[in-house]
Design a protein. Structure first.
Lengths: 376, 615
């Protein structure tokens, strides 16, 4: 297929990334084009309408829906406090009076003479969208949000959980094949983004949570440990809103898989620098992968890094990662691209390529089962 | 004549259609097929595919369409594109038959398809009718709200607020019935101020198809808050559903509002010579057409990466359901979550520890485009497919029912067997044909693998034909059938459907090796096979496409082949690329709980029909 290829994950020392910072509903943009913003700085703000509480007054007072207006103590549009009287009946004998009190503080939004219902609305909640990365505002969409651009080191993971956060990058593993043991995670790592090696055991996950790490970046974990961490079996890979205490990014996948050497080296080179990370993953068309963005200091930018160019396909010499058993996780270089379909052990006839590994071994792999390591 | 002057972005359908190009813009891949008139019949001749380009960095669905068509150009040597434009009509009349096509048509499920929220008053009455209307129109129903759904009013409002559907369908109440509940639901929706999934600035399309007497009130409550369209009540009286007007409205609004917001769709609509259809709606059209043409009861399934659609036509009644999170790649992990590990493992013919299986399934989820390279990986995927298919059919059966809440006329004969209203319409004994579609079924390395996956998942009983869609072109043919039924039927018969054969499955069980039935199979060449089908056996007899054999079964006294316990049956059975499968594994199908025994039983079955290459 001339036009089909599997784009891989970007792992690059320098890239220019743009991140849209959008409000979920129209509001106010707080910055202007050209402004420099910090990761934790609000860039847009909106008032999220408060929760609505319907109360069926007609039922509670035992009157017809079109009569409820007569019983209201608070009128449409008026403010009301929690437990304040909203409506009351008007019996001849005073102590038979029924009082309906408001369950919330807010306003009387509307009433219906068809259903006998009154809608109370809580005060709006202020919602702020933060910059997420240290960078410059390059675009403002009035009332909706902004686009922030930064020149940075960019590392995409394959899967993550937890939302956006930021902190200092710190290396806990000595090599990409290391298993991150609980004793390697220490109290001084609180609020930091900790980099491990090939695997993260359940005990280390527990300790990371206790210590209050901001983020964890590792090669792999076991699915059963993820299930224990989340408290449920993740069915569909749409993540980013989990509240497990930290953001977790897997660079390779599930199981014990050494972190790609290049990823590990890049993270090592930026130890001590501030990074913005997001675990949000969405694996549908329009893939969102988790990411680690380490903005460059003003003096550290080498030339003007262009936005990552679109690849034309796989080429001989490309570094690739095998992404399916039996050689899952191995990294090598494309050594041949035969164009004819080949029969694989399942008897399917597919397009394949040859991958040469660092030890000199060569394997024939379906093209669908490799991932180009982008930004190499 | 210059290239520009022969370009038309609005091909009219007044000229004869001899060369057609059709695409289906799926959530991952855009698939294009070329259909040409060869002599007097239409044939599918070339196909191409390319990644779908709805999302960043392209954000224009037409890029993927043009790439897929470019592949057809390369393979066919036909000039179809002039830059970003499809050349129409074909230039055969000008002496250049290899230039241009007569029409371009398309379906789409990209960007997650059409996601709808529906509301009713009583959950299993108008709520279900609304759900059926939306599903039949090709939507994924993300929630069904009803007055009696057990949620408190503020929970309902919160739910409407947090979901971001493409469209809402409101139903409720019979015409002339009570107004309160349906008006109350309108008030909840208004209070929630729902916003659409795409586009922050446009109003959410909302269809009201409830009690006609409440139309005025609904308009006054929701007219300002949503792009409100009012249509006929989907349940004018309890005894009757009227889904067509609401379905048509959904299609209209899908084109007018939802598609207009999706990246590049304005251009796609302009390029196409017929309205773009949601993919499942198009598949539904072609399924219904087959059932009607052949007078069949059928079940069709399209198992994709994210979702599994099930279609059925029983006694002329069409139903469709979508199991939104049962699929073979994006949703593969959810199949594990819903089916449970034991149910998946029962189909795997070797021992495998839980941790390895879980990790492998998750790795498939996060890298959904990978394919099994080894035999054991293929067997695991096919095990998962059996469970996804099984669960999706259970879901379908629960919704493809007669109307609930309808008064039943009872006679004295009902004293011992009272049936409730809302019984499922899916009667496996009356089922004539199962049609499978989707990568795992269409592209299984051996066709008997597709057949056994469907037999294991659906457990057909009696006599059932099975077939698969050769290269997943049912969506294309569905939309084609709306403009040229002959072309769609020709291609469907010649190139799309691959008949696998017939499954003969006695109902009942016995001890392993016990007699289920004696059979006599007479082949078209006069050859006769007489033998005994024993409990626990699978037998496969090759019988070619377009061939029929006659089978007489003499079941044991506790065994039924559709005519009653122990009653002999003689029938013609249709052949196919696999043949006639005699399934003596008993119904319901049961597998040994013990792992070693299970592996041995599976191995025996798989070897009996030469399911996999020898390791």
């Amino acid at each position: 297929m001339a036009h089909s290829y599997t784009p891989g994950l970007t792992v690059t020392e320098q890239a220019v990334v743009r991140r849209r910072r959008q409000l979920p509903l129209p509001g106010q943009v707080l910055v202007q084009v050209g402004d420099h913003v910090q990761a934790n700085q609000p860039v847009a703000r909106a008032a999220l309408p408060g929760k609505v509480y319907p109360i069926n007054l007609a039922n509670q007072l035992g009157v017809a829906p079109d009569e409820i207006k007569e019983y209201l103590v608070k009128k449409e549009g008026e403010a009301i406090q929690s437990d304040e009287i909203l409506a009351e009946s008007k019996p001849l004998i005073k102590w038979l009076k029924t009082e309906i009190r408001s369950p919330v503080t807010g306003t009387v939004e509307s009433l219906s003479t068809v259903t006998g219902q009154v809608l109370l609305r809580e005060p709006p909640r202020i919602l702020e969208v933060l910059g997420y990365v240290n960078g410059s505002v390059v675009e403002v969409q009035p009332k909706q949000g902004v686009t922030v651009e930064t020149t940075c080191t960019l590392i995409q993971g394959i899967f993550g959980i937890g939302g956006e956060t930021w902190g200092t990058v710190i290396l806990a593993a000595k090599s990409p094949v290391d298993v991150l043991r609980p004793d390697q995670v220490t109290a001084d790592m609180k609020g930091k983004i900790v980099v491990g090696g090939s695997f993260l055991p359940a005990e280390t996950l527990t300790k990371a949570k206790e210590l209050g790490l901001a983020g964890l970046v590792v090669g792999g974990i076991h699915d059963k440990d993820l299930r224990a961490l989340l408290g449920y079996d993740l069915g569909v890979a749409i993540t980013g809103t989990e509240q497990v205490g930290f953001t977790l990014i897997l660079t390779e996948g599930f199981g014990t898989i050494p972190m790609a050497q290049k990823t590990f080296e890049l993270l090592s080179a930026h130890t001590g620098e501030k990074a913005s990370i997001s675990g949000a993953t969405q694996i549908r068309a329009g893939v969102i992968r988790p990411e680690i963005i380490i903005p460059k200091q003003a003096g550290a930018v080498s030339g003007r890094g262009a936005a990552t160019p679109q690849r034309e396909g796989i080429r001989i010499g490309d570094p690739v990662r095998i992404i399916r058993d039996p050689l899952f996780g191995k990294i090598g270089q494309v050594s041949a691209l035969p164009s004819d379909l080949q029969k694989i052990p399942t008897e399917s006839e597919v397009r394949v390529l040859e991958v040469k590994f660092p030890d000199g071994q060569v394997a024939v792999i379906p093209r669908a089962n490799i991932e180009v390591i982008e930004g190499a | 004549m210059t290239a520009a002057s022969e370009v038309s972005t609005h091909p009219s359908i007044t000229h004869p259609l001899n060369v057609l190009v059709a695409t289906d813009c799926g959530s991952t891949t855009t698939k294009a097929i070329l259909i040409e008139k060869v002599g007097e019949e239409y044939r599918q001749t070339f196909r191409g595919e390319a990644p779908t380009t709805v999302e960043a960095p392209f954000e224009d669905v037409t890029r993927g369409v043009l790439n897929a068509i470019a592949e057809i150009e390369e393979l066919s040597g036909r000039k179809i594109l002039d830059g970003d434009t499809i050349l129409t009509p074909n230039r055969a009349a000008q002496g250049d038959p290899k230039r241009g096509v007569d029409i371009y048509i398309s379906t789409s499920s990209a960007g997650g398809g059409l996601q709808m929220m529906v509301t009713g008053v009583v959950q299993n009455m108008t709520g279900e009718s609304a759900q059926r209307a939306a599903l039949g129109a090709g939507a994924i129903v993300i929630d069904v709200l009803a007055s009696n759904d057990g949620r408190l009013p503020h929970e309902k409002i919160e739910r409407i607020r947090t979901m971001r559907p493409d469209m809402i369908l409101m139903s409720g109440g019979t015409d002339g019935g009570a107004l309160t509940h349906v008006v109350e639901m309108a008030e909840y929706i208004a209070a929630a101020e729902p916003r659409p999934r795409f586009g922050a600035t446009y109003k959410l399309p909302l269809i009201y198809a409830g009690n006609k007497d409440a139309q005025g009130q609904v308009k006054s409550i929701l007219g300002e808050k949503a792009a409100l369209e009012v249509t006929e009540n989907i349940r004018p009286v309890l005894e009757r559903e009227n889904l067509a007007p609401a379905r048509h409205k959904i299609h209209d609004l899908f084109l007018e509002h939802v598609m207009q917001q999706a990246p590049g769709y304005k251009k796609l609509i302009e390029m196409a010579g017929a309205p773009i259809m949601p993919t499942p709606a198009a598949v539904g059209v072609i399924m219904e057409t087959i059932a009607k043409r052949e007078h069949l009861n059928l079940i069709g399934v399209d198992i994709g990466g994210a979702t599994t659609d099930v279609f059925s036509v029983f006694e002329g009644v069409f139903n469709r359901t979508v199991s939104a999170n049962l699929g073979m790649s994006y949703s593969v992990s959810n199949v594990l979550a819903e089916a449970g590990l034991a149910n998946i493992m029962r189909w795997v013919p070797f021992a495998l520890d839980e941790q390895t299986l879980r990790n492998r399934i998750k790795n498939k989820m996060i890298r959904p485009t990978t394919i099994p390279q080894t035999l054991d990986e293929l067997q695991i995927e096919q095990a998962i497919a059996r469970e996804a298919l099984r669960l999706a059919l259970i879901h379908h059966k629960s919704l493809a029912t007669g109307l609930k809440g309808v008064q039943q006329e009872r006679t004295i004969s009902d004293v011992f067997e009272q049936q409730t209203s809302g019984k499922t319409l899916i009667d496996m004994l009356k089922l004539d044909l199962i049609v499978g579609s989707g990568g795992i079924l269409s592209h299984a390395p051996r066709r008997n693998q597709s057949m056994l996956m469907m037999v294991d998942a659906y457990e057909p009983i009696g006599f059932t034909m099975l077939s698969v869609d050769s290269i997943f072109m049912m969506p294309h043919l569905g939309v084609l059938s709306t403009i040229d039924e002959k072309a769609a039927t020709d291609v469907f018969v010649r190139d799309c459907m691959v008949y696998l054969g017939t499954c003969v499955a006695p109902i009942g069980r016995g001890k392993d090796g016990e007699r289920l039935a004696d059979y006599e199979l007479t082949f078209p060449d006069g050859r006769v096979v007489r033998d005994r089908l024993k409990m626990g056996e699978l037998r496969l007899f090759p019988l070619g496409l377009d061939q029929k054999a006659t089978i007489t079964m003499h079941p044991g006294k506790h065994i039924d082949l559709g005519q009653g316990l122990g009653v002999p049956v003689t029938r013609d059975v249709q052949g196919g690329v696999v043949g006639v499968l005699l399934d003596g594994r008993g119904r319901p199908l049961q597998l040994p709980a013990d792992q070693q025994m299970r592996v041995s039983v599976l191995t025996r079955w798989f070897q009996a029909i030469d399911l996999y290459p020898k390791a």
